[in-house]
Write a protein that binds this ligand. Structure first.
Ligand SMILES: [Zn+2]
Ligand SMILES: [Zn+2]
Length: 138
């Protein structure tokens, strides 16, 4: 993970963004809210300082997925783009798979494995946390 500028966007192309700088961290989330919001068994997130994210095109809609969190997505095609929480107001998470090249940000851990779907077999050696894990923000 370096300090390059990464580009990404939604499925239909209405939302385009760039992120710059070094991600604080990157990991898989197996929580039920991510599962429901994405329709997928888990979501890979990369965390950046808030100012690193630039929305270049489109106007992502926000959904309050809990009392402290907003999830932004393309209003046209529904692609999840980003996550913000009052618990870490200086940072934003982006969905790694919405990057043009998701291979550039390999996840480093798993969180909320208590709700990992049992048929999903993960044989990597990454750290696993049953809850949200240790605080990784600086
Ligand atoms: Zn879209
Ligand atoms: Zn989650």
């Amino acid at each position: 993970m370096g300090g390059q500028v990464l580009n990404g966007g939604c499925l239909c192309g209405a939302v385009r963004y760039s992120v710059s700088g070094v991600p604080v961290d990157c990991g898989y989330c197996h929580c039920r809210i991510c599962q429901r919001a994405s329709g997928a068994p888990m979501v890979a997130w990369a965390t950046f300082p808030l100012g690193s994210l630039d929305i270049i095109a489109g106007d992502p809609r926000a959904y309050a997925s809990s009392a402290h969190a907003l999830r932004h997505f393309c209003a046209r095609c529904g692609t999840p783009i980003s996550f913000r929480s009052r618990h870490s107001p200086t940072h934003v998470d982006i969905t790694v798979a919405s990057l043009d090249d998701p291979s550039l940000l390999p996840p480093q851990y798993h969180i909320w494995t208590m709700s990992q779907v049992p048929w999903l077999k993960v044989d990597d050696r990454l750290p696993r946390h049953s809850d949200d894990g240790p605080d990784r923000l600086p």
